[in-house]
Structures are given as C-alpha cells and as structure tokens.
Write a protein that binds this ligand. Structure first.
Ligand code: SF4
Length: 211
C-alpha cells in the first residue's frame, strides 16, 4: 500500500464509502449460536438476499438442533433451495446436528477447533460463528476480504488462511469482528471481483491495484 493510512482509517473510509451496511446476513434470522451457525453455512456461495430468505425458512421449519438432526435430507434440501450447493448443505447440516447432539450435548461449541471438525465448517465459518455468536474476536476471511486486502497491498498472501494470519497482525483486535461485514459490502459495491470501481474509490491514491 502506498503512503500512510492507519488500519482504523482503512475501515473508516470503507464504512463511509458503503453507507449503512445493515446487519450481516447470517444474523437476520436469529442471534443464538444455532441460528448463526445455520445462517453462516447457508451463506457460503450464496447471495445475501437468498441467505436471508432461506435461513429464515429453514429455522422456521427446523428451529432447534434436535429438529435438524431428525429432518429428512430431502425435506432439508427443499428448504435450502436456491442457496448454493443446497443438496450438499442439507447433508452437512443434518450430520452436523447429529454430531452436536452426540459430542456437544446439543450445543454449538464456542471453540474454533471443535467447530472446524464439524461437516461443512471451515476456518471462515468457524471464525464467523465464534465472533458473531460468542463475541470472541476473530477475522472472518472470505473471498472479498482476501481479494481486497491483497489489492490494497496490506497483505501479500496466496490463501484466505494466510490472509487471516496477516490481518490479525495488521488490525488491532477490536477491529477483527466488524471487519468482515464492512469489507464484504465494500467488495459488493466498489471493489468488485470483476471491474472494480477504482475511478471513484476512496483508496485510489493508496491502492497497489489501482491504475
Ligand atoms: S482502488 Fe480499485 S482495486 Fe483498489 S480498493 Fe479501490 S476499487 Fe479496489
């Protein structure tokens, strides 16, 4: 990144650029750990608007871990459609709920390693759940966070896992949890995967990627 801009200044500029970001889509249908875990799994490879509709529908029909463990996979697939990979997510969510009952007393664990051992839960999902559901500072690195961080030049990394480690060194801990939602909105509106809007971007003087 060219010139001086503080980590907090980066988030402030992004926030101003995107306006009111609303609340993260996995939180729209509920704020208990089970609802957040389901919403986060649904959100993978799925647009926010679809995540919100689908997560509400799933939680209305399958409101608790025990219900998820018992629901037929075919029924769950129907509820999850048109979320990305809805058939695979149906299998994963049912299996995940069965493991929560057999190994975690029917509760969502607050430990990242335990979460990452669940079907369909990778590092990004685990970070989102511990931060949103349990208030544990964590950086949820999705494709937007990875792309924008590298374009700006605040990290030079090849994978989201590397980006997470680098961003944890770059940003102070109090900014870890809000970072994802602001980066995602900035990535949807301005620093898009294709044809980023560099001409009107508030980072064009500093950004390594801008012309
Ligand atoms: S200048 Fe372009 S590449 Fe850099 S952050 Fe802005 S939109 Fe993204």
């Amino acid at each position: 990144m060219k010139g001086n801009i503080s980590p907090a200044g980066i988030l402030e500029r992004m926030s101003s650029a995107v306006g009111n970001p609303g609340i993260p889509s996995p939180l729209v249908a509920g704020t208990d750990p089970y609802a957040i875990l389901v919403g986060t799994v649904v959100s993978l490879r799925t647009r926010d608007a679809v995540t919100e509709v689908v997560t509400k529908r799933v939680l209305k029909s399958v409101p608790a871990v025990a219900d998820m463990a018992a629901v037929p996979v075919e029924k769950l697939s129907e509820l999850l459609y048109p979320a990305g990979f809805y058939n695979r997510k149906a299998v994963q969510l049912k299996k995940l709920a069965q493991i929560l009952i057999s190994k975690h007393h029917g509760e969502v664990p607050s430990d990242r390693k335990a979460l990452e051992a669940l079907p369909g839960v990778g590092g990004k999902t685990a970070a989102c759940v511990v931060s949103m559901a349990f208030g544990v500072p964590a950086i949820c690195v999705d494709v937007h966070v990875h792309r924008i961080s590298n374009r700006l030049g605040i990290v030079k990394t090849a994978s989201p896992a590397e980006t997470e480690k680098a961003l944890m060194l770059y940003f102070p801990e109090e900014l870890w949890t809000p970072l994802n939602h602001i980066f995602v909105k900035f990535g949807q509106k301005i620093c898009r995967p294709q044809a980023p809007r560099c001409g009107g971007c508030c980072f064009k003087e500093w950004c390594d990627y801008a012309d």
